[in-house]
Design a protein around this ligand. Structure first.
Ligand code: HEM
Length: 270
């Protein structure tokens, strides 16, 4: 959709429809619980409190956005990093199962959620800067994840980086990303399959960068690659590719390959 106003309108309409849908489902699950997540959400009580219809709607939209924009953009930024640093890609492909850090490095490198705003609940001082109760403070995760005081050579993409106390999933505390482990799993599975099925996947041009901002609150922005040309070899028989725990991705040399290039034509996604 090329018209930004129309895109925002469509987004808001979709959000309202999703909210309505989950609220109807919630009402139904209150009366007829099953063993699904919605039943658990609407029938649970914490300190005697339970989620209202409106709470359920907001939570669901939060989950949809938080679990979608972030992970897929981590994957696309990760792919770009692996193409920009081929030695790191080869290192990971050669030792996929035992190398534990690459996913953390992808989240640090990508920092899909760039910033959040918080309100100070009391007077304090941070690195010599006085902050008063009630003042708004913006946390730049992008900056924190390139902090020279914390990371050695922060502008180097290093799949074996240890330690790596990044804040890509937020700072430790009650609001630490609820879906961090799910995201780690999704990113791992995606790269395992990409390396196995499309080991030659290459980016052939610069991505169109875009920043997606939460329109209503202006509260956080997600780093988005709107569109990117790539080339790849499609393995006709993906099952003939296999991983070896000890060394590398082994591919059957007789595999038939076909060159495809991902088009520069076609509608831009935003
Ligand atoms: C690479 C992927 C992801 C990144 C980079 C990411 C990043 C973040 C960040 C920075 C926060 C704010 C933490 C804070 O305020 O300190 C957050 C919160 C949250 N995330 Fe994620 N997230 C990712 C994936 C997911 C997934 C897959 C889900 C769920 C399906 C999810 C659900 C949430 C929720 C519900 C919160 C709010 C937690 C709260 O305020 O208590 N996230 N995430």
């Amino acid at each position: 959709m090329s018209d930004p106003a129309a895109a925002v309108g469509a987004l808001l309409t979709a959000g309202a429809e999703l909210t309505q849908l989950v609220q109807e489902l919630g009402r139904s699950r209150r009366e007829h619980p099953t063993d699904d997540l919605t039943s658990a959400l609407v029938n649970s009580r914490v300190d005697g409190d339970c989620l209202s219809d409106s709470d359920l709607g907001s939570f669901f939209v939060l989950l949809v956005v938080a679990g979608n924009e972030t992970t897929r953009n981590a994957i696309s930024h990760g792919m770009k990093a692996l193409c920009d640093f081929p030695a790191e890609r080869a290192r990971w492909m050669a030792d996929f199962e035992t190398l534990a850090r690459p996913v953390e490095e992808i989240v640090r490198w990508a920092t899909p959620v760039m910033h959040f705003r918080r309100t100070a609940t009391r007077d304090t001082e941070l690195s010599g800067q006085r902050i008063r109760e009630g003042e708004k403070v913006v946390l730049w995760y992008t900056s924190a994840n390139r902090d020279e005081a914390v990371f050695a050579d922060p502008y180097r993409f290093d799949v074996g980086r240890t330690p790596s106390e990044h804040v890509g999933f937020g700072a430790p505390g009650p609001h630490f990303c609820l879906g961090a482990n799910l995201a780690r799993r999704e990113i791992t599975v995606m790269f395992r399959e990409l390396f196995r099925r499309l080991p030659d996947l290459r980016i052939t041009g610069e991505p169109t960068a875009a920043v997606r901002v939460h329109q209503r609150h202006q509260a956080h922005a997600v780093r988005v690659h709107a569109r990117r040309p790539i080339s790849l070899n499609y393995l006709k028989t993906p099952s003939s590719a296999s991983f070896s725990r000890s060394s590398s991705v082994r591919l059957n040399n007789s595999v038939w390959t076909q060159s495809l290039s991902w088009p520069s034509s076609g509608p831009a996604r935003s």
